[in-house]
Write a protein that binds this ligand. Structure first.
Ligand SMILES: [Zn+2]
Length: 264
């Protein structure tokens, strides 16, 4: 494979990642809108004098409210405070978001494998790119997605509860949902872009091993945007045994555009 072909392959794989990020953002917007309705509706239904107190928040649902809640979520709670019910509602939405995020990450990985196989004319067997651990935290892309959603769930619950105890206003609660989803969308975009580079890296290392290459060369995209870290590694040849994304292979940092090329 020539450098030009490699650059083209990276460009195409980046395009795939961007398309999948767009799909994930649209998934997340749907989930956000339905959650906004739930949370807004919740506040409108229960806010007393436009403001919740700790006592009101911790008040347990009446029998009728509990029946409605259980019917809606298919749950069998026997006792639930308003605060917990709101928390549960948020958790339900982020669980959906987690599922969607994993689905999109897997489809990104599948499409990368497809692309790499075609480009290198090889068949990669049993390759789950979402499972490769790498980076400072030594986690897999799938695990990093989980962590992101977990953190998001907690901040969403905390912020909505904070609104509950301060302004108690449905509009403010909805705005908070909007704001946090926007922050998440940008974080997920960056995450998938970064994981894409690392996943391509892993696929290529597997291919080089299959093709019997013992070495690979680190290739940075040489333009005005090339950073010092990547520039310093540009052209360095490593034995395949030293392959380690984040250290001796891309992705070295968010928005890294580097690549590797097999050497015999
Ligand atoms: Zn780089």
């Amino acid at each position: 494979m020539t450098l030009e072909e490699l650059e083209k392959l990276d460009d195409e794989e980046n395009e795939i990642a961007l398309a999948i990020i767009a799909l994930l953002i649209s998934d997340s917007n749907k989930i956000k809108n339905s959650l906004k309705n739930e949370v807004g509706g919740w506040f409108r239904k229960y806010e007393v004098d436009g403001k919740y107190t700790f006592r009101q928040a911790r008040m347990i649902l009446t029998k009728r409210e509990l029946r409605e809640f259980n019917a809606k979520f298919g749950t069998k709670f026997k006792r639930l405070t308003r605060q917990s019910a709101l928390r549960y509602t948020i958790q339900k939405s982020t669980a959906k978001l987690r599922e969607k995020s994993h689905e999109r990450l897997r489809s990104l990985a599948d499409r990368l494998v497809e692309k790499e196989q075609t480009a290198f004319r090889v068949t990669l067997e049993d390759t789950d790119l979402t499972d490769n651990k790498w980076g400072e935290d030594n986690l897999s892309p799938a695990k990093r997605v989980d962590n992101k959603i977990d953190k998001f769930t907690v901040s969403l619950q905390t912020e909505v509860e904070r609104v509950m105890y301060t302004s108690g206003n449905a509009d403010t609660a909805e705005e908070e949902v909007d704001r946090l989803f926007l922050v998440l969308a940008s974080a997920m975009g960056l995450l998938l872009t970064t994981e894409r580079v690392a996943m391509s890296s892993f696929a290529r290392a597997n291919i080089y091993r299959m093709l019997g290459y013992n070495y690979y060369k680190f290739v940075a995209l040489r333009d005005e945007r090339m950073c010092k870290t990547c520039g310093a590694l540009d052209g360095t040849v490593f034995p395949i045994s030293a392959f380690m994304p984040g250290v001796t292979a891309p992705c070295l940092h968010p928005r890294c555009r580097c690549s590797t090329i097999g050497v015999r």
